[in-house]
Each structure stands twice: as structure tokens, then as C-alpha cells.
Design a protein around this ligand. Structure first.
Ligand SMILES: [Zn+2]
Ligand SMILES: [Zn+2]
Length: 337
């Protein structure tokens, strides 16, 4: 994540809606990929030239949602680039769902920030393309026996990313993480994983690069539900870390892809943050994957050591084997292209 500054000089952060030094309203410009001051707060700093005439705020900037993304003032949309991708939300008559929706959108904005930084298209698909990106946040009967869906599995199908709204609750997520014996489970990680499935359809499937994908990740035509059932019954192979970035990646070639893709996004944004804070030097050139990777390994080591000193669990509970490095490089080369 880049570093941002208010026009008054104060450092401000991605989710901030106003500057806590000068009270200016802040907004995220998706074109510049930058948080900027858009208007002075209640009559202060009238003499400062601010670009408020160029922008309007996303309609979800108020209440709990606090979306701080901006649109060009003449845009036909009232929701920002991120918010308007959401098509189904859990019943807002329940106050806990109002909170969940806000938490989900905040994580989604950060994921989309990563896509913007990588220059990946989000809305720009031909109208004839039947797979347009959209998000459905659904509640199931575990949290709402009265009007929740019977059962909601997070996943991607034909452009639609479905997330169980309960994933927005820390207690639910932690309990699930423990039950599934996972070292890492975050909302941001869910979004990065599911969007990986979406981009697989766009960038890999039926593309010349598919052969290369298959050689690295395996056969995606293997029966998916059967593979998942086997994984949940037997678990991952004992030495899964030799081959996969996570246990779940061993379930099916497409899950391996989504897990590795999510991991690439995690590394990319965290490296950007580290460079911005002068923790590491930027790699000489973006194309040099091995330089980039060795910077990452150093950084991950420090990250975990710092967390142990604080008394937290490892922030980065992963092993990046030689085989996984090859898969990450494949994604890196794809992004460079
Ligand atoms: Zn300020
Ligand atoms: Zn918005």
C-alpha cells in the first residue's frame, strides 16, 4: 500500500475519511490510486485550492459504510467502482448485517486497490461477455435461522463471487480457522482467493498460456466436487508444502491456482508497503522475480520475528518451496505481460 498525505502535510491512511489534523474530507481517487483531500471541513481553509469540483463521493460514504472512494463529478454512477460490483447484500433490517456489509466492503476495497495497482481490468469486459464481475454477500441459517439461505459456501461461478456474510465476524472466522486447522484466514485473503478464480477464466482458460498453467498447476478438468470431497475427507498429503502454498491448494488445480494467486497479491501489496516505508529497497527492476522474491523472504522473516516479540502468532505462516516459487513466477510473468 502506498503512503498518502493530506494537503496540510499530515500522513493519512487508505481507510481514512477525514484528516484528523485539519479535518479535511479525504477521498480515494481510483485513477491516480491515491488518497487526496477533496474539500475543507466546515469553512476552514477556504483559501486552499482543492479539487472538489472534479469529484463526487460514493453514495455509501455515510453511516457505518464510510466508503471513501471517489467518482468523477460527471459520472453516470452514484456508487464507486468498488461498491457497484456488489449486487446482493444480507438483510439490512438486522443491525449486525449492516456492520457485516461495511466490514466486507472495506476488505473488498483493499483487494480492488491491489488489482488497480497491478493494472488488471475490473469493469472493462466486452458487453457480450457473459461473465461480468459481481459480488453476492449472503447470510445462511447458521446465523439467521428465520430468513437466511440454507447453506452458503463462499466461491466463484460465472463471474459471481459469493461470500458467506458471517466471514465478516471475527469470532466466526477464528472458530472456522481453528476447526479447519488453518494457519491463516482473513477476509482480505478470501477476496484475493475468489478473484483469482475470476481472473483464471479471463486470463488462462482458452488462452495460449493454458498449457503452461496445466504443466505447473495440474489438470483443472479433474472432477471438482469429487476432489473437494476427497480433500475434506482425507486432508492434504503429508508433504504438501513441497508442492503447495497451503493445504487447501492441494485439493484441486483450480484451488492451487486461486491460493497461489491470492498469495501473489498478498506479497505484492506487502512489498509495496515495505518499500513505501523504506523498510526494503525497491527491486532494481519489476521483472526480476528472483530479486523480488529474496527481498520478500527477508521481509517475511522480520515480520514474523516482530510478531513473536509482540506476543502475536506469525503474521506469515507459510513456506515458499522451490515448486511454489515457480508457480508464483508464472503469475508474476503474467502480470508483467
Ligand atoms: Zn489535513
Ligand atoms: Zn463506494
Amino acid at each position: 500500500m502506498r503512503r498518502f498525505y493530506c494537503h496540510c502535510g499530515q500522513e493519512v491512511f487508505f481507510d481514512n475519511t477525514y484528516c484528523n489534523r485539519c479535518n479535511s474530507i479525504l477521498g480515494f481517487d481510483t485513477e491516480q490510486q491515491k488518497l487526496i483531500s477533496i474539500e475543507p471541513f466546515k469553512g476552514q481553509f477556504r483559501s486552499v485550492q482543492l479539487p472538489e469540483q472534479h469529484y463526487k463521493r460514493c453514495m455509501h460514504h455515510q453511516h457505518l459504510m464510510q466508503c471513501n472512494w471517489l467518482l468523477p463529478v460527471g459520472d453516470i454512477f452514484t456508487q464507486c467502482l468498488s461498491c457497484r460490483l456488489t449486487r446482493v447484500i444480507p438483510n439490512q433490517n438486522y443491525p449486525y448485517n449492516v456492520k457485516r456489509w461495511a466490514v466486507l466492503e472495506a476488505a473488498k476495497r483493499r483487494m480492488i486497490y491491489g488489482l488497480l495497482r497491478l493494472g488488471l481490468p475490473i469493469h472493462q469486459w466486452p458487453a457480450a461477455d457473459t461473465q461480468q464481475l459481481q459480488f453476492h454477500f449472503l447470510e445462511d441459517q447458521i446465523s439467521n435461522p428465520i430468513d437466511g439461505h440454507e447453506q452458503v459456501f463462499s466461491g466463484h461461478a460465472a463471474g459471481i463471487i459469493t461470500l458467506n456474510a458471517s466471514e465478516a465476524d471475527t469470532s466466526y472466522r477464528e472458530a472456522t480457522r481453528e476447526a479447519m486447522n488453518e494457519p491463516y484466514r482473513t477476509l482480505l485473503g478470501h477476496f484475493r482467493h475468489e478473484i483469482g478464480h475470476f481472473y483464471w477464466e479471463k486470463l488462462i482458460k482458452n488462452q495460449p498460456i493454458y498449457t503452461q498453467f496445466k504443466a505447473l498447476f495440474g489438470d483443472d478438468t479433474v472432477d471438482y466436487s469429487q476432489a473437494l470431497a476427497t480433500y475434506y475427507e482425507k486432508g492434504p498429503p503429508e508433504d504438501f508444502q513441497q508442492e503447495y502454498i497451503s493445504a487447501y491448494a492441494s485439493a484441486h488445480a483450480l484451488e492451487d491456482w486461486a491460493e497461489t494467486w491470492a498469495h501473489y497479491l498478498l506479497m505484492y501489496e506487502t512489498l509495496e508497503t515495505a518499500v513505501e516505508f523504506d523498510v526494503i529497497h525497491p527491486p532494481e527492476t519489476d521483472r526480476e522475480f528472483h530479486v523480488w522474491l529474496s527481498e520478500w523472504m527477508q521481509l517475511a522473516l522480520v515480520l514474523n520475528a516482530l510478531n513473536r516479540s509482540i506476543g502475536n502468532a506469525d503474521a506469515y505462516p507459510f513456506v515458499v518451496s522451490t515448486r511454489v516459487q515457480k508457480k508464483l513466477q508464472f503469475i508474476h510473468d503474467l502480470m508483467q505481460g
